[in-house]
Design a protein around this ligand. Structure first.
Ligand code: GLN
Length: 572
C-alpha cells in the first residue's frame, strides 16, 4: 500500500496508478457500493438512500454519489419523458432524479461532487491526455479511466468529510457502459484494504403468477455475473412483490456464499418512506455497522430519536381523514417520473395537513374556454408545473384563468408562473397580445422574455439561470406569512425567460402582487393575489418542489393543500 500512496503519476518504474486527491488518507473512509442485478428499476437509489439515512441517524457523516453510465455530461439535456425529471442541485448541477431521493431521504443538500457520468469521466481523462498528463503512456481503460473514477470517489470523501460514501452504480451488472465502474470499485476495495469497502447486490426474485411460487435463478445468475468482476457481495437485498421465502433466501445464500443473515427480503411497500423502517426491523443497518466496524462510533440515543421522528411521519402516510384532488397540467402526462419531486412535495404537504392528495393529470393540448370547466370539475386545486416550448400553453392559460376567476387554489411553478403573468396581462390588464417570446418570438407585448441586459448583469450569457438564488420577500404578503420571519429565502431555479420589468407597474396597478424578488435586480420571483381577492393564487419563478423534505414540507405546497382542503369542505 505504501507504494500506492506515493504513485500520483504513472512512471515507467511501476504499474500502480492511483491519483489521490490532496488531503486523502487511504483506508480512513468507508465505502458502500450498491449494484443492481437482473433488471433496472429496482430502486437502487431508494435502497441506498434509505441505508445511508440509517447510518446518518446513528451520527455518522454520509455522502452519496450516483455513477451514471451515459455519456452526457449531465442530465440537463435529457428528455424527462424518457429519463424522469431533471433534478437541480443548489450549486446548479442538473442531475438525475435519484439525487432528489437522496436529498429528501437524507435531508441534506448535495453538490456536483455527488454525481458523475461516463461523459464526465471520459472528458476529464481526454483533457488530461491533451495536456500531456499521462507522461508518454498509452491511455487505457485500466488504470487511467478507472483511476479517474476512484479519484472522484475519494475526492468526494475529502470534500464532504464523510465517514461513509454511498456509491450507486447506474444500470445493471453486465451492461457494457457501467463495466469500468465495477472494475474501479474492485480496485478501490483492494487499495483501501480490508473492511473499508462493502458491496451490496440488489437483485430481483421473480414470482410468475402462472407458477405461484418465487424463483431465484435470475437472482443467482445476476450475482454470479457480479462475482465474475471479482466482486463478492457482503449483502444481498432481494426485491420482490411479497416477502421472500426462507427457501429462496437459503438457495441464494448457498449459491453465493453470503450468509443467510445477510440475505434480506426487500419486498414492495406502500411508500418508499417505509423502507428505512423495514431495513431497521430486518437488522440490515446493524449488519452494515458491524461489517464496517463502526460499533464504537454509533450514537444510539440519536438513532432512537431519529427513528421515533421518522415513524411519526410514516405512520400518517395513507391514513388520512380527508381527501382532495389536485390537477396537474403536464405535457408528459403519461410518465409520473417526469414530475417526481412535485408528487413528493404533495405527499409531504398531505402528511402535514392530514390529507390524502389524489392527482388528476390534465393534458392541456386541447383545452379551450368551453371545455375547461368540465376538465377541472371535481378538482380542488391546480398546479401548472415547469415546462419548455409551446405545446399546451394556451390550455394552461385557460386553466389559470378558470382558477383565478373561480377562486380555485392555484400554484404556478416556473412556466406556471410565466403563464400566470400572461393570463393576468391579457385578461385583467387588457393587454390582449401579451405573450412570452418563448411561445411567440415576434409578439407585440412580450411580458415574458429574455432580457439581454439582465443576463449581462447575471453573467450568464444566453444560458439557463440555474441553481440556488436568494429571494427577498416583501413584507405583509402571503409569501411573508408563509416563509415565517425570514426576509430572504433561497430556492432553486432553472429557466431562461422572465418577467420584463417594463410591465411590472401595469401588472401591479391591476392588482397582481410581486411578493418575492431578486435582492438587487428587477427579477420577479414570486407572484400572488391578495387574500381578499382570491383564497390562494401564488406562483414562483423557481422550483419549490426541489426543496421539499418529508419532515420539512415546502410551504407553498402546504398552502395549496390547505386551501384545497378548505375549498373541498366548503363544497361538500
Ligand atoms: N421555459 C421557461 C423558461 O425557460 C420555463 C422553464 C421551466 O419551467 N423550468 O424560462
Amino acid at each position: 500500500m505504501d507504494l500506492l500512496r506515493s504513485v500520483k503519476d504513472q512512471t515507467d518504474e511501476t504499474e500502480f496508478y492511483t491519483p489521490l486527491p490532496d488531503g486523502y488518507k487511504l483506508g480512513a473512509t468507508r465505502y458502500v457500493a450498491v449494484f443492481g442485478t437482473v433488471m433496472s428499476g429496482l430502486g437502487k437509489g431508494i435502497f441506498s438512500s434509505s441505508l445511508a439515512k440509517l447510518l446518518k441517524d446513528k451520527g455518522l457523516r454520509v455522502s452519496p454519489i450516483k455513477l451514471e453510465g451515459y455519456l452526457n455530461i449531465d442530465s440537463g439535456t435529457l428528455n424527462p419523458f424518457r429519463h424522469g425529471e431533471v433534478f437541480v442541485l443548489d450549486d446548479g448541477t442538473e442531475t438525475d432524479m435519484d439525487l432528489g431521493t437522496y436529498e429528501r431521504m437524507l435531508d441534506q443538500n448535495l453538490t456536483g461532487y455527488n454525481f458523475t457520468t461516463s461523459g464526465q469521466i471520459f472528458s476529464a481523462v481526454l483533457e488530461k491526455e491533451r495536456a500531456g498528463g499521462y507522461l508518454g503512456r498509452d491511455v487505457q481503460m485500466i488504470p487511467h479511466v478507472t483511476g479517474e473514477v476512484k479519484y472522484r470517489l475519494r475526492n468526494l470523501a475529502v470534500q464532504s468529510s464523510a465517514d461513509v460514501v454511498f456509491i450507486e452504480v447506474g444500470g445493471t451488472v453486465g451492461d457494457i457502459e457501467n463495466a469500468f465502474y465495477i472494475e474501479a470499485l474492485r480496485e478501490l476495495s483492494y487499495e483501501e484494504g480490508d473492511g473499508s469497502v462493502m458491496f451490496v447486490a440488489l437483485t430481483y426474485v421473480l414470482s410468475p403468477p402462472s407458477l405461484g411460487e418465487q424463483k431465484s435463478k435470475a437472482a443467482q445468475l445476476g450475482i454470479k455475473r457480479l462475482m465474475e468482476f471479482g466482486i463478492h457481495p457482503h449483502i444481498i437485498a432481494c426485491r420482490c412483490e411479497n416477502p421472500v421465502t426462507d427457501k429462496v433466501r437459503q438457495k441464494i445464500s448457498v449459491y453465493t456464499s453470503v450468509p443467510m443473515r445477510r440475505v434480506f427480503s426487500m419486498h414492495d411497500l406502500a411508500s418508499i418512506y417505509l423502507l428505512p423502517q423495514q431495513m431497521r426491523e430486518a437488522g440490515l443497518d446493524s449488519e452494515v455497522v458491524q461489517l464496517l466496524n463502526f460499533g464504537g462510533k454509533v450514537n444510539s440515543a440519536a438513532d432512537a430519536r431519529a427513528a421515533v421522528g421518522w415513524e411519526r411521519f410514516t405512520s400518517k402516510i395513507g391514513k388520512h381523514a380527508n381527501g382532495i384532488t389536485i390537477g396537474i397540467t403536464g405535457k408528459y402526462t403519461s410518465l409520473r417520473d417526469s414530475y417526481a419531486s412535485i408528487l413528493k412535495a404533495l405527499e409531504h404537504a398531505g402528511v402535514a395537513c392530514d390529507a390524502k392528495v389524489e392527482v388528476k393529470w390534465i393534458d392541456t393540448t386541447d383545452i379551450t374556454s368551453d371545455s375547461v370547466t368540465e376538465v377541472l370539475c371535481g378538482v380542488d386545486g391546480v398546479i401548472v408545473p415547469g415546462g419548455f416550448g409551446v405545446r399546451g400553453t394556451a390550455g394552461k392559460i385557460e386553466c389559470i384563468r378558470y382558477a383565478r376567476e373561480n377562486k380555485m387554489p392555484y400554484l404556478g411553478i416556473c412556466l406556471g408562473f410565466q403563464m400566470a403573468v400572461i393570463e393576468y396581462a391579457r385578461n385583467v390588464c387588457g393587454l390582449d397580445e401579451a405573450d412570452s417570446t418563448e411561445i411567440n418570438p415576434d409578439c407585440k407585448t412580450p411580458v415574458i422574455s429574455i432580457l439581454p441586459e439582465q443576463k449581462k448583469i447575471e453573467g450568464l450569457g444566453g444560458n439557463m439561470r440555474l441553481g440556488g438564488q436568494d429571494i427577498e420577500i416583501e413584507p405583509d404578503t402571503i409569501a411573508a406569512k408563509m416563509f415565517g420571519a425570514t426576509k430572504t429565502i433561497r430556492q432553486r431555479f432553472r429557466h431562461r425567460f422572465e418577467v420584463d420589468p417594463g410591465y411590472v407597474e401595469t401588472l401591479e396597478q391591476a392588482g397582481l402582487v410581486f411578493s418575492g424578488n431578486h435582492p438587487v435586480h428587477p427579477i420577479m420571483q414570486i407572484l400572488e393575489l391578495p387574500r381578499g381577492v382570491h383564497p390562494y393564487f401564488i406562483a414562483a419563478q423557481f422550483h419549490p418542489e426541489l426543496t421539499s423534505r418529508p419532515l420539512n414540507p415546502q410551504p407553498m405546497f402546504v398552502g395549496l393543500v390547505k386551501a384545497a382542503l378548505e375549498r373541498h369542505a366548503a363544497q361538500e
